[in-house]
Design a protein around this ligand. Structure first.
Ligand SMILES: NC(=O)c1ccc[n+]([C@@H]2O[C@H](COP(=O)([O-])OP(=O)(O)OC[C@H]3O[C@@H](n4cnc5c(N)ncnc54)[C@H](OP(=O)(O)O)[C@@H]3O)[C@@H](O)[C@H]2O)c1
Length: 330
């Protein structure tokens, strides 16, 4: 296939480009060149999608377009520039489009969405991200045709080159060893997707002309299984201490991401629907998920080679030790 990646210089876009090239496809990446570089072997064209005619340097026809846009006007400009020249279009969307994050086991085809915000600027207002992506979905399906547009609502994407560091926190934590503070309970749900599995599916889905909304995420696992995967992938077995969300929230530990956080942990029942989506339709439509231990091992190998590791995310060693001491003494 002749594939255009709108983006292609960061994490998922780079994975799509790398795997497309390995599969023998022809790849053109289009971006400003500010966030990163395309993988070797991909052609690159400099574009600025903030400009209405910003994609004018993209020439030719494409069997598949993969777009990681977050801004509605970027999709609007893509429709103007590329409709009629794209056989299949994948908008990489997000689970943040859903209106209800509390109800578990929801399915992409029927779950209610946030209202679209066509003027949203998620770079300036991160709270508008979900509404912006709903608008991107509407513009994409309207402009390229619902019958050839895949709305791929990615869940938590993890694996090598993840710029967020959320999953890396846990891999590093296991490598460090010693008693590990495990937030929440062993039966709570965790759901994620390896960036390479998502990239593979984007390519096979484009080849098959898959259209409509799908969740880009594997089946839910329990927190106990998540920790077992970390242990298997790092070849370590540190002792786990499960600490309740009430204890953590009372002491100002931050859910999900950021400084003084426990990444990938979300308070329940408020977020019970966020990492427990029905992956059945996506798995039936060709999504293949590798074992978690493999994702852990490859993530560890990738950040071992990294020149810079952001240590500000997650709990520091002293913070974790103090919380564990207090938990045991209560
Ligand atoms: N990470 C997660 O866990 C997660 C979860 C759910 C959904 N998602 C979605 O998954 C996708 C991730 O994509 P990604 O990993 O490739 O990273 P990304 O950060 O979304 O990449 C953005 C790409 O767009 C380019 N870009 C940004 N502004 C531009 C402009 N004005 N003109 C032209 N190009 C521009 C960037 O390059 P330049 O800056 O160099 O132009 C970069 O290549 C996104 O759609 C995100 O919403 C992610």
């Amino acid at each position: 296939m002749r594939i255009l990646i709108l983006g292609g210089t960061v994490f998922l876009g780079r994975a799509v480009a790398r795997q497309a090239l390995a599969a023998g496809h022809e790849v053109l990446c289009a971006a400003r060149g500010e966030s990163g570089a395309p993988v070797g072997g991909a052609r690159f064209v400099r574009v600025d999608r903030d400009e209405p005619d910003g994609l004018s340097a993209v020439e030719g026809e494409f069997d598949a377009v993969v777009d990681v846009a977050r801004h509605p006007h970027h999709v609007r400009h893509a429709v103007t520039a590329l409709a009629g020249r794209a056989g299949h279009y994948t908008l990489v969307s997000t689970g943040s489009v859903y209106a209800d994050v509390a109800t578990p086991h929801q399915t992409a085809a029927t779950a209610p969405l946030l209202p679209p915000d066509h003027d949203a600027d998620p770079a300036a207002d991160p709270e508008s991200y979900g509404r912006a992506k709903v608008a991107c979905e509407r513009l994409a399906a309207g402009g390229f045709g619902a019958g050839r547009t895949l709305l791929l609502r990615a869940g938590l994407i993890v694996g090598p080159e993840d710029p967020t560091g959320r999953f890396d926190y846990w891999v590093r934590r296991y490598e460090r060893g010693g008693e590990v503070l495990a937030p929440g309970g062993p039966d709570e749900s965790v759901q994620l997707v390896d960036v390479r599995d998502l990239a593979d599916w984007i390519l096979t889905a484009a080849g098959r002309g898959l259209a409509g909304p799908f969740d880009g995420v594997g089946a839910p696992m329990t927190r106990a299984e998540f920790h077992a995967g970390l242990a298997a992938g790092t070849g370590t077995a540190p002792p786990l201490t499960w600490v309740t969300q009430e204890f953590l929230l009372e002491r100002g530990v931050v859910p999900w991401a950021g400084p003084r956080s426990l990444p990938l942990w979300l308070p329940l029942p408020r977020y019970a629907g966020f990492m427990s989506r029905d992956a059945g339709p996506s798995l039936a439509a060709g999504l293949r998920i590798r074992p978690l231990a493999e994702t852990v091992r490859d993530t560890r190998n990738a950040f071992r080679d990294a020149t810079h590791i952001d240590e500000s995310l997650g709990l520091g060693i002293d913070e974790e030790t103090a919380l564990l001491r207090e938990w045991h003494a209560r």
